[in-house]
Design a protein around this ligand. Sequence first.
Ligand SMILES: C[S@@+](CC[C@H](N)C(=O)[O-])C[C@H]1O[C@@H](n2cnc3c(N)ncnc32)[C@H](O)[C@@H]1O
Length: 612
Amino acid sequence: MLHLTPMANRPKSAVRSTPDIEALYSKPLPSTRSGPLYNAFSYPTKISPEAIAVFIATHTRPGSKILDVFGGSGTTGLATLLCDKPTEAMIRMADELGVKPDWGPREAEVYELSTLGSFVAKVLCAPPDPAAFAKAAKRFVAVAEERFGWIYSAEGPDGQPGKIRYTIWSDVLSCHHCGAETSYWDAAVRRDPLCLSDSFECPDCGKDAQVDSCFRVSETYRDPLLGRSLERKKRVPVRIVGTSDAGNWSRDATIGDSETHSRVAGESLPSCAPVAEIEWGDLYRSGYHKGISHLHHFYTPRNFFAVSALWELVSEFPEDVRDALRLLVLSYNSTHSTLMTRVVIKQGMSDFVLTGAQSGVLYVSGLPVEKNVFDGVRRKASSLRKAFESVAGSRSSVRVTNASSESLDLGDESVDYAFTDPPFGDYIPYAEINQLNEFWLGHNTDRAREIIVSGAQGKSVNDYGRMMARVFSEVSRVLKPCGKATVVFHSAKASVWQALAEAYLSAGFSVRATSVLDKIQASFKQVVSTVSVKGDPLLLLVKGDPKGRSVPSSTAEEVADEILRNARTAESPERDPQRLYSRFVSRCLELGLSVHMGAKEFYGRAKTALQD
Ligand SMILES: C[S@@+](CC[C@H](N)C(=O)[O-])C[C@H]1O[C@@H](n2cnc3c(N)ncnc32)[C@H](O)[C@@H]1O
């Protein structure tokens, strides 16, 4: 699928030669969702830094300047650090791809609009001494538990003193026949096999009730932080999972558990606890977000107290580890501390599986989970330590700038190579999601400058394209004449692809090669051989028109048909419709054709073509 035009007589520079680059784009690039750096902080759509490092070290020589204009949580910065500390897995991956990276130190400029992303990037790319951090983090959690561990105290089934690992809460239903209240848990959960039933026998009237026809009960309560009465969804604790000297246990929730919880709710909060109104945007849903107007409504009172206590405690620690401790708290916060934490049913499992918040949305389930924040932060500390260790000692340097990339504070023709994954149209409203962590940092992202397609922000696909064009024009200005940019992008919408293409074309770029990036769950060891699915298109942009490209003789429809024809004899994953759509888009962009077919239309075509 690679279509490279000759790079005739390009000036000798920090940019590498064609054969390696050809090889680089000739196979899908595996990007694992594992490893200490990937797991250090959950940020939607991020790519593994190890995969990006292979790209950087294949495209450039040591000493080069690398740029990411949509830096997110800093993965390109981390990748630049890894270029001087390649892991065995990275070396193996390069071998498998048939490329010879030129490992060594480089300099990275990372631009990111969001307060959260740039904070994460800054801390991860300039980490504290890992051992000093680990020691501080251990004491940090120990002090928190010493002072406030009682908030998670609970008796085990035999009355022995214990500690809550997590509590499952439940919405409350009102029977559509008689109005009697039942927890969603009691109404829907069935065992052997574990499932959620659509109907139940009302314990009050004995009639058959449909879960979806029941009202979700609300209650009026006095919000102590806002000092007024508010309405919220009624939720009750239903299941306590804990541990005692005798081992782990689980049991139904009791009055005693509710009493402990009420006691915590009555405690006064540390002064750092943010009392902040949520800036709702595209993600608000009137059902499960009922009553969530402020940050603390995303938490149980107990977990809001726990996060506040940790946040306050940071200031008692030495200056050089404070930001790393803040990162530690935030890395757990919005993914595990809030009501967005859930239990899910997995095939073949006899009990619920505990999981964190769903990525990219602010979904609150009917069975939210309240995890023990102190336990979670303690566990997270060891993975953060490993992340710090994996980049410590690198001679590369990373500068993170918290600003919009529509204007870069960089000299003309000063950058050798850019690697970036822009926001994918309306796919993830980063500023809206990030606010759950940004309120703790005391400053939210400037949404006016966010590049996004958003009804709530009044930004159309044209606005998105215009802002994106400004960024690509800046990338073009700062890139050396022989510099290149790799862009990872995905959208199911033709209009978003067109906006992206117009943005880079207006900045004088053209597509020189394409490939796909496979985000896979496998461990890094398995990456290259793993049969993977989907794949985001990966575009290599160069300045100017590619030499030797003729006016396209085919149409987008013909390209689609050719790709589908070839797929009939291909092996999985090259028959996967999502993968084929990526291939289709990439091929159109290489040929300079407008992508006017969205994924839905393409999948329809694929269904027919692959069945014939
Ligand atoms: C797909 S994410 C990048 C993820 C990143 N690769 C990582 O490692 O986490 C796109 C990022 O673009 C950022 N962004 C949106 N508008 C921006 C702008 N005008 N300037 C700079 N960054 C922007 C978003 O905040 C988001 O973090």
